[in-house]
Design a protein. Structure first.
Ligand code: SF4
Ligand code: SF4
Length: 471
């Protein structure tokens, strides 16, 4: 243990050398049970990521984040800027969920589900291995002069990366402007839509830069989630961890020697083979403990298990475990902190579901026309209003009639009945005329009903202005 405590821990990130230069990582290709599982999970998630904007439910895109036209579809449900409160609750929910999840399972999301990891490790890195070979060959290629082999491999790699980035950009654009538009642009030909092509190329270059050069730096220095680990993790959080009790023994790790009895000499099970470091895509040594660079990709678990199998030791020297599990043998417990987080999460989920369930399909806003005063006749007062109707459903709403509920009076719709197309917005003007004897004050609150085909579909309220002294 002494050796572990006296270790000189670095005070800079693993991908920067002492002079401040980028230390480019050439991780060894992982292989093993967890890497296979991660590959299957990545295929599934990649399929969802790519297909989500092309799947339609009731004619709505499954996922759409059209910030330009302020149209949002989540799981096929259309959301409008008027549903902003639902978005706020969803965001709050996501934050609590992330905290709860991270407190218990550490950065499992980063290794298994994060799009950055999936694209980097399961798409671009695999293409790189295919073209340039494994770690040793990549390092050799990097060091060698620009001969025919290097030029050919690099051009092939850069072109492949560019094409993949271009495909990702198209999918990304489908999330923003809608898949129908993207498919239309493709069928019309790229040159017919030059501005879209320029945007696509900008996105492509951004993705290319991230996956060809910036890589793990996204997780280490850009991603806010990674930075949160320090405050979210505790000794009970499950992480990819090195069992230093077993690995270091009483006298530390040591290379394997044939005729030595490690147990008698007090050495741990770590044979200092460096395989866990060589496979790490963020260039760290997990034996130095939990570090902010670790994305919990499990590559070091597979690498170490492979070594353990070969030397006949038990697997799991590096495994998913908490500090308390490793140090004190304590298994996972549902702590009061977890209980509090779970309660908050349950309440928020309930509120969100209730709000989505009670959400109106039609939203009506009736406001007095700015700058207009009321008109007075002998027996009545008249005000002019603008009306805005939003149809959030996937069916047209026809023959909309607007009626007074709280007062007797007349509503005159300019241009007759309104029809609002599915997921459409319609604006119009209307006059409300009320008999003076039915008004009690100069600023009366009116309750108004919106009817379609004789059925009340929404109620709203507005103010009705009149003279200070009525009658
Ligand atoms: S792979 Fe396992 S045995 Fe080899 S250095 Fe890492 S922890 Fe030690
Ligand atoms: S330390 Fe292990 S789990 Fe963490 S990033 Fe490196 S290889 Fe992946």
């Amino acid at each position: 243990m002494e050796l572990y405590e006296n270790e000189n821990f670095r005070d800079s990130i693993g991908t920067v050398d002492d002079s401040g230069k980028r230390n480019f990582i050439f991780p060894k290709k992982p292989k093993g049970k967890l890497y296979n599982y991660r590959t299957y999970v990545s295929w599934f998630l990649l399929a969802i990521m790519i297909l989500a904007p092309f799947i339609k439910i009731n004619g709505n895109q499954f996922l759409l984040f059209n910030v330009i036209e302020r149209k949002f579809h989540i799981f096929g449900f259309p959301f409008w800027p008027q549903d902003f409160h639902l978005l706020v609750i969803s965001l709050l929910l996501s934050v609590v969920f992330i905290i709860l999840f991270t407190v218990v399972f550490g950065r499992i999301f980063c290794g298994w589900m994060c799009p950055q990891t999936i694209f980097m490790e399961m798409v671009f890195r695999k293409v790189e291995y295919l073209i340039e070979g494994d770690r040793t060959k990549q390092i050799k290629l990097e060091k060698q002069a620009w001969n025919a082999e290097k030029i050919r491999k690099r051009i092939l790699k850069w072109t492949s990366f560019f094409i993949i980035s271009f495909i990702i950009s198209n999918v990304f654009l489908a999330y923003i402007i809608g898949s129908d538009e993207v498919l239309q642009y493709i069928t019309q030909g790229l040159l017919a839509n030059l501005s879209t092509l320029v945007n696509l190329l900008i996105f492509t270059l951004v993705f290319y830069f991230i996956f060809a050069w910036f890589r793990e730096q996204v997780c280490i220095i850009v991603c806010p989630y990674g930075r949160l680990q320090g405050v979210l993790l505790d000794d009970k959080s499950i992480n990819v961890a090195y069992d230093f009790v077993r690995g270091e023994g009483n006298h530390g790790r040591k290379k394997l020697r044939k005729d030595e009895n490690r147990e008698e000499l007090g050495h741990g099970d770590c044979i200092d083979c460096d395989q866990c470091v060589q496979v790490c895509p963020t260039g760290i040594d997990i034996r130095n403990g939990t570090q902010l660079e670790c994305i919990n990709c499990t590559a070091c678990i597979d690498a170490c298990d492979d070594i353990m199998d070969r030397i006949g030791f038990d697997r799991g020297l590096i495994r998913y475990a908490s500090e308390d599990d490793i140090e004190k043998g304590e298994k996972f417990k549902f702590t009061p902190r977890l209980m509090a987080y779970s309660t908050i999460l349950t309440i928020l989920v309930g509120v969100l579901l209730a709000m989505i369930f009670l959400r109106n399909d039609v939203e009506a806003t009736i406001l007095r026309l700015p700058g207009q005063t009321f008109q007075s006749t002998e027996s009545t007062i008249k005000n002019v209003y603008t009306v805005k109707l939003i149809n959030k459903t996937t069916k047209d709403i026809e023959d909309v009639v607007i009626k007074l509920i709280s007062h007797k009076g007349e509503i005159e719709m300019v241009g007759g009945h309104l029809n609002v197309k599915k997921q459409g917005l319609k604006e119009g003007t209307l006059f409300i005329e009320i008999n003076k004897k039915d008004l009690l004050s100069s600023k009366e609150k009116l309750k108004i009903g919106i009817y379609s085909n004789g059925e009340l579909i929404e109620t709203t309220s507005t103010n009705f202005a009149g003279p200070l002294k009525i009658n």
